[in-house]
Design a protein around this ligand. Structure first.
Ligand code: FES
Length: 165
């Protein structure tokens, strides 16, 4: 091989050098931005929060409304959210229901309608649900009340994710 074949022109040298330096600088800028954008999503355990609701010994087969709070992380913003749930025993199981009507979101009450004392009643459009939150036919709600995942540890009832039934 002759020496001429290995020669790099001034223009090529500048192109290679500027491309290399430019790429290095771009990576230096992009890496922290990508990490900043993805950091909350990569945090371990962020999705599996539970909230204490009540003692197991407080529960009966009659639905009772318990308030609870949990921490909500929305990207980098953390806040306390207040909710409530109707919690009851169904056999040996604990059932925790959202009090939010599945029609248009008003709050239901248990036993608040004298004509249907053993049902959840929604005053907004007269929606009704049976004792376990199943919607009554021919009333506005078309699906059961949402329920919370429940865990019981050391006699303490905790709720997790809410889900549709
Ligand atoms: S919001 Fe409950 S029946 Fe309409």
């Amino acid at each position: 091989m002759s020496e001429k074949e290995h020669k790099v022109s001034r223009r090529q040298f500048l192109t290679y050098t500027l491309t290399g330096v430019g790429g290095f600088m771009a990576a230096g800028i992009m890496m922290p931005m990508a990490r900043f954008a993805l950091d909350p999503a990569l945090k371990a355990g962020a999705e599996s929060e539970t909230a204490y609701v009540c003692e197991l010994s407080q529960l009966t087969e009659e639905p009772q409304l318990f308030p609870f709070t949990y921490k909500q992380t929305d990207a980098w913003y953390e806040s306390d959210v207040s909710e409530s749930a109707y919690v009851m025993l169904v056999g040996d199981e604990v059932l925790a229901l959202s009090p939010k009507c599945t029609h248009l979101g008003c709050q239901v009450g248990f036993g608040t309608n004298d004509e249907h004392p053993e049902q959840f009643y929604c005053p907004c459009h007269f929606g009704r649900f049976d004792k376990q939150g199943i919607n009554i036919a021919n009333t506005p709600p078309t699906r059961p009340l949402d329920a919370y995942e429940v865990t019981v540890e050391d006699g303490k009832v905790n709720v997790g994710q809410i889900y549709r039934r």
